[in-house]
Design a protein around this ligand. Structure first.
Ligand code: CUA
Length: 330
């Protein structure tokens, strides 16, 4: 089985290249399933051929035994596959949960699916179109949404895929293992040009990535295509601060922990918050998004329902900037 992984790693055309630590996890389980399948296939086929020969009509002189059943055998052929299946389930579950777990990301990138392209947004304000730049060996978190319909962000070399859904955020975590150029597909039919909704992941050495973040230029293997890279604007969190200011949010929300008409915006991200009805949740991107668009939906305990909705007044990009600002207020 390890030869399979080794060949894949060498860029063999038989299997997909491995692009992330997640890909190794998926492939090892995949190879195990193949191995078990081959052993079972050989076992049943060889057994069958043996009995076909042994009990063939031409083997005269024996009477067929009259067998009513065998509890021991039935128990064995039930319990062995059961253990095997539960083992495979447990293995898959463990890997899946490890891949879905929200880790402390080294870098976070915004992804927006649009009919029919992918927009990427970096914390320093840099934006790219259909080109996702990531540093090798770092834990990357994608914060994803859609501007119109369902799309699915699919990175085959990383072995990860996640739907992007209008009106909410979804997440992906991965750690790229090699400097490479990898394809991105949309894996959910989303209209006429669905099959053209292609992008690239460009994995750079961390140093080169840092340079790219500042200058938008890379040397060596991966090159940015013309028009793919725009000059960086303001950092995302600062764009968010301007928006809070422009929309008058600071009249009711402090950022130094003071209790005003509304709760303070600092130190809430990743922490638990209690609502008027006694329920609780941990503040994440989706919670902040909902609080801006549907302020009465989850009212924080001890505050009046006086905030107006901002539904229809903010673009996805603006909401993302406002979320980034709150995350930056420790
Ligand atoms: Cu977007 Cu298919």
């Amino acid at each position: 089985m390890s030869w399979l992984i080794a060949t894949a790693h060498a860029g063999s055309t038989i299997t997909l290249p491995l692009g992330s630590t997640e890909a190794y996890r998926v492939d090892i389980l995949h190879d195990f399933l193949w191995g078990v399948s081959i052993v079972l296939l050989l076992g049943t086929t060889i057994g069958m051929l043996h009995f076909v020969r042994k009990y063939h009509q031409s083997q005269k002189g024996r009477e067929t035994a009259y067998i009513l059943g065998n509890h021991t055998l039935e128990f064995i052929w039930t319990i062995i596959p059961l253990i095997l299946m539960l083992f495979i389930f447990g293995w898959g579950y463990k890997d899946y949960m490890a891949m879905r777990k929200q880790k402390n990301a080294d870098i976070e990138i915004g992804v927006t699916g649009v009919q029919w392209r992918w927009d990427f947004q970096y914390s320093n304000g840099r934006k790219t179109l259909n080109e996702l730049y990531v540093p090798r060996g770092k834990n990357v978190k994608l914060l994803m949404t859609s501007q119109d319909v369902l799309h699915s962000f699919y990175l085959p070399y990383m072995r990860i895929k996640q739907d992007v859904v209008p009106g909410m955020y979804t997440y992906l975590n991965f750690t790229p293992t090699d400097v490479s150029n990898q394809p991105v597909y949309c894996a959910e039919f989303c209209g006429t040009s669905h099959s053209d909704m292609l992008a690239k992941v460009i994995v750079l050495e961390p140093k080169e990535f840092d340079t790219w973040m500042v200058t938008g230029k890379v040397s060596g293997v991966a090159k940015s295509s013309p028009g793919g890279v725009e000059p960086p604007a303001k950092p995302l969190a600062e764009v968010g601060r301007d928006l809070y200011s422009a929309k008058g949010c600071f009249a009711c929300h402090a950022v130094d922990g003071t209790k005003k008409i509304g709760p303070a915006l600092n130190g809430i991200f990743g922490h638990e918050v209690e609502f008027a009805d006694g329920s609780k949740t941990v503040v994440d991107e989706n919670y902040i998004r909902r609080s801006i668009l549907e302020p009465q939906a989850q009212l924080v305990k001890g505050y009046p329902p006086s905030m107006p909705t901002f539904k229809g007044l903010l673009s996805e990009e603006e909401i993302a900037a406002m979320v980034a600002f709150i995350k930056a207020q420790k």
